[in-house]
Ligand binder design. Structure first.
Ligand SMILES: *Cc1c(COP(=O)(O)O)cnc(C)c1O
Length: 461
């Protein structure tokens, strides 16, 4: 009888970067010098870096080739037209503005659309998205389905918007107060969880009923399309590129961080259906980013981005990518380590409260787990817990979130499954001695906002 062939990567490796496997003693010194803040480590002090999947992926030979033939003309470069054509062909939009990254796209678009006192409903607005809303004295209202907050529930589309919560917002405020509804695909904050095409259609129908435009925050749109293909029965025979076009039909505009699913190290854009809105945003783009045919990007980078959009929406690539995340999830699950279920598109979210049951919340549970993992194996994740949640801006009281998560983001095409095995084994070692971890960390310095980036900690006495 012939064996079923195992699954393997849809690419081979042409260039490598050496990484250093440090000793525990070295790491103890380095993390103390870094004041127990993982952002303060030098990358050379990290063996496997899972801080983010943003801009950390490996470009392909085709992308590096495209880089070499970039056109650096100030206006109307070939590279701009390559990029514009890719956006038209893959996403279906006629109008596009390049920006230097995703938050810059938000800044330009929101400068035109978001006003003091506005309300912006959506599914778990990303930090910079929320930042750009709140900076304009508007309010972001989270309408994510409740299943997203139960790490043990096996819901297939935990990224979805709850239609009742959404309609309540649309009913409560006048149309003029709601510039758009944001659909984040995939829902990063809820654990890289997808939004179903059905939900996208339902949100679009509600939006039409109330006369409000829909904005897709699209950083991981291709991973979302993969989940639609493999989890939403009626779309299983459609190609990823067909699903992507179908998804974007329901959005009036999109902001993109190209550092995610377009597999480049830097870049972003805004795409529009409306020429009028595009024209209005051109002014802000020229002021904040650059002329409308480069907007903060080099010609070569727009060339690499055009190729990246095409490669990032290839089924074989996406299958390799998401199966690697699922592989890590299966190893952790096998050890009994509690994680957000099912595995997300770009990351594993370890449920730190369940992982370290004897640690009080005042000791910063997810951060403590992050430090333990670094000490154990030189692996760097990121805290999504009380440090990130910060203090209430008015009362200055610590906001302890429902979930304390350690996010392990997997860069695209960067690590092998052997690295995934190291990560799982290291977490299992911590899990085995979880009862003995009774002390975490306390803050010795914090900035007035966004403290998690620069916070300094010391072991709790
Ligand atoms: C990364 C990200 C952004 C911001 O993009 P940057 O390129 O980091 O500025 C916005 N929304 C989502 C969902 C993201 O993941």
């Amino acid at each position: 009888m012939s064996m079923e062939l195992p699954f393997a990567e849809s690419y081979k490796i042409k260039m490598v970067e050496n990484i250093y496997r440090s000793t525990r003693k070295e790491r103890e010194a380095w993390i103390a010098t870094a004041k127990y803040n993982l952002f303060n480590l030098r990358s050379e002090q990290v063996y496997i870096d899972l801080l983010t999947d943003s801009g950390t992926g490996a470009m392909s030979d085709q992308q590096w080739g495209a880089l070499m033939v970039g056109d650096e003309s100030y206006a109307g470069s070939r590279s701009y037209y390559n990029f514009k054509n890719a956006v038209k062909n893959i996403l279906g939009y006629d109008y596009v503005l390049p920006t230097h990254q995703g938050r810059a796209a938000e800044n330009v678009l929101f400068s035109q659309l978001v006003k003091n006192g506005d309300i912006v409903p959506g599914n778990s607005h990303f930090d910079t998205t929320k930042g750009h809303i709140e900076f304009r004295k508007a309010t972001a209202i989270d309408c994510t389905v409740d299943e997203a907050f139960d790490t043990m529930s096996e819901c297939k589309f935990k990224g979805n918007l709850d239609l009742t919560k959404l309609e309540d917002v649309l009913k409560k405020y006048p149309k003029e107060k709601i510039p758009f509804i944001i659909v984040t695909v995939t829902n990063n904050t809820a654990g890289g969880q997808p939004v179903s095409l059905q939900n996208i259609k339902d949100v679009s129908a509600l939006a039409k009923k109330y006369g409000i435009p829909v904005l897709f925050d699209s950083a991981r749109f291709a991973e979302n399309a993969y989940f639609i293909k493999v989890r939403e029965e009626q779309y299983k025979d459609m190609s990823i590129k067909e699903i992507v076009l179908e998804m974007f039909k329901y959005a009036d505009m999109m902001t993109m961080s190209s550092k995610k699913d377009a597999i480049v190290n830097m870049g972003g854009f805004i795409a529009f259906r409306s020429q009028e809105l595009y024209r209005a945003c051109c002014v802000f783009n020229i002021m904040f980013e650059g002329y409308v045919t480069y907007g903060g990007m080099s010609g070569r980078d727009m060339n690499a981005l055009a190729v990246g959009l095409d490669e990032g929406t290839d089924f074989n690539y996406l299958e390799t990518r998401i199966k690697q995340v699922e592989y890590l999830f299966a190893l952790l699950d096998g050890y009994g380590i509690p994680c957000q279920r099912p595995a997300g598109g770009h990351a594993i979210f370890v449920d730190a409260k369940k992982m370290l049951p004897n640690l009080p919340k005042e000791h910063f549970i997810a951060q403590t787990l992050g430090i333990e993992l670094y000490l154990e194996a030189g692996i760097r994740g990121v805290e999504i817990g009380a440090l990130l949640a910060d203090r209430d801006p008015i009362t200055r009281i610590d906001r302890y979130p429902k979930l304390e998560l350690l996010r392990l983001a997997i860069p695209r095409r960067t690590y092998t499954n052997n690295h995934m095995e190291v990560i799982a084994a290291a977490l299992n070692n911590i899990y085995q001695r979880r009862e003995s971890i009774t002390k975490g960390y306390e803050i010795v310095y914090e900035a007035p906002i966004m403290r998690h980036f620069t916070v300094e900690l010391a072991p709790k006495k």
